[in-house]
Design a protein around this ligand. Structure first.
Ligand SMILES: CC(C)(COP(=O)(O)OP(=O)(O)OC[C@H]1O[C@@H](n2cnc3c(N)ncnc32)[C@H](O)[C@@H]1OP(=O)(O)O)[C@@H](O)C(=O)NCCC(=O)NCCS
Length: 377
């Protein structure tokens, strides 16, 4: 008999066996389960046929910055069905349960990366743009690397302290502590993890960069630099490049100029998808920022969440969900890119056909959004 629900401690070995059906070795997944201090067996949702586990979805509970607020976000990953059980609707049924759970468990949003968007679109996830570049650093135009030096164990706490300040207003970044930093090392192949720093004092940093070797290339996992400090970001990227290796880079808009146009070799397609699980929690988290933007006036706009349209009214008394809508709601994909990037090119939605474009622009200005690859689950 088929049963769907959260896993128990005794299921972990079977889950690790099932994950090899990704055509990847068990060892690639073990750190995610054995070394991740935040993992609980109940984060694994499984489809079980009698004793056999046939499908698996993992929830990664995270706290994410969004437009000046912080939301609970359900990361989704390690989605797999046993080879012999594919195409029978197991993941569809499992995702239905997962969605029911996240929608009632205080998650405002859910985020995932995928190469099969159709699997998730049915359940309300919508594609989100993300700029991911492959870059060949031009050494001739690059500043010297004098200030950038190898980081040590001693620098990790200072890097975390800098990240908290530099990312404080960056949408898409995660709140994380030392535990998560250490877990990330295991997940991302500790041996290859590389930290470079620019010192401010003996105990504090002005900048840092974390990289790892991926195949023939170097992947920039995260860059610690204050918004707008382009020269520093460029020095850190220069110090990360290796002869004959390309860099994979994702940057927030305020640091984007650290990559020059002629250095871009390729733009990777976005694999990000987002689901608005709870408009109420979303509005609760970003209501303060919205209210500041309208001042003494009032604005009403309609967006689209996973369970349908919702209308948002913002006035001097705050931001709240409303039952009266004046315009056709913005569709799901555009609502998601509006929430994450604001109403501005190149990543925000095209609003040319919208009578409420001015209101949307006023409520959702551009944001310094980035999804650091180091946080990917
Ligand atoms: C992708 C995978 C998880 C699907 O699991 P499954 O149990 O066979 O999927 P289901 O039969 O429940 O189908 C669910 C939906 O996904 C769609 N789907 C399934 N496999 C798909 C594929 N390879 N590409 C695109 N869509 C696919 C189905 O058409 C179905 O759509 P619907 O809900 O609109 O009807 C499974 O093929 C797998 O384990 N693949 C290898 C690991 C992997 O790639 N995981 C996804 C990582 S993001």
């Amino acid at each position: 008999m088929l049963r769907f629900g959260p896993a128990a401690l005794g299921d972990i070995e079977a889950i690790l066996d099932l994950l090899t059906h990704y055509d990847m070795p068990r060892a690639a997944f073990e750190p995610y389960y054995r070394k991740d201090s935040s993992y609980r067996p109940e984060h694994s949702w499984i489809a079980r046929d009698n004793a056999e586990i046939l499908a698996h979805v993992r929830i990664y509970p995270r706290r994410m910055r969004l437009d000046g607020g912080v939301v609970r976000m359900a990361g989704i990953g390690n989605v797999v069905t046993a080879r012999h059980a594919r195409g029978r609707g197991l993941v569809r049924a499992l995702l239905e349960r997962v969605v029911e759970h996240v929608d009632t468990d205080d998650y405002a949003l859910s985020l995932l990366w995928t190469h099969v968007p159709g699997v998730y679109a049915t359940h309300g996830w919508r594609p989100l743009p993300q700029e991911s570049l492959i870059v060949q650093v031009d050494a001739a135009t690059h500043p010297g690397e004098e200030a950038v030096e190898p980081g040590t164990e001693h620098d990790v706490d200072a890097a975390l302290a800098l990240q908290e300040i530099a990312d404080a207003h960056r949408t898409g970044t995660l709140l994380r502590g030392r535990d998560e930093w250490d877990t990330q090392r295991w997940r991302l192949d500790e041996g290859d993890l590389d930290l470079r720093v620019v010192r401010q004092t003996t105990d504090s940093l002005r900048g840092y960069v974390r990289t790892r070797i991926r195949g023939e290339d170097v992947q920039v996992l995260e860059l610690g630099a204050m918004p707008g400090d382009v020269p520093l970001a460029r020095a850190l990227l220069g110090a990360s490049s290796r002869p004959a290796r390309r860099l994979h880079v994702t940057l927030p808009p305020s640091l984007r100029a650290a990559v020059l146009d002629h250095e871009i070799v390729e733009q990777l397609p976005s694999q990000l998808m987002v689901r608005v699980c709870s408009p109420e929690l979303l509005v609760h988290a970003i209501g303060g920022a919205l209210q500041e933007r309208v001042g003494a006036s009032a604005e009403t706009v309609s967006l689209w969440g996973a369970s349908g349209p919702f209308t948002l009214t913002v006035d001097a008394s705050g931001a709240r969900l409303d039952s009266v809508s004046r315009t056709t709601p913005l569709d799901g994909a555009r609502s998601c890119s509006l929430l994450f990037y604001g109403a501005a090119a190149p990543m925000g939605p095209n609003l040319e056909d919208r009578p409420d474009a001015a209101r949307l622009r006023r409520l959702f200005p551009p944001q310094d959004t980035v999804f650091w690859p180091v946080d990917r689950f």
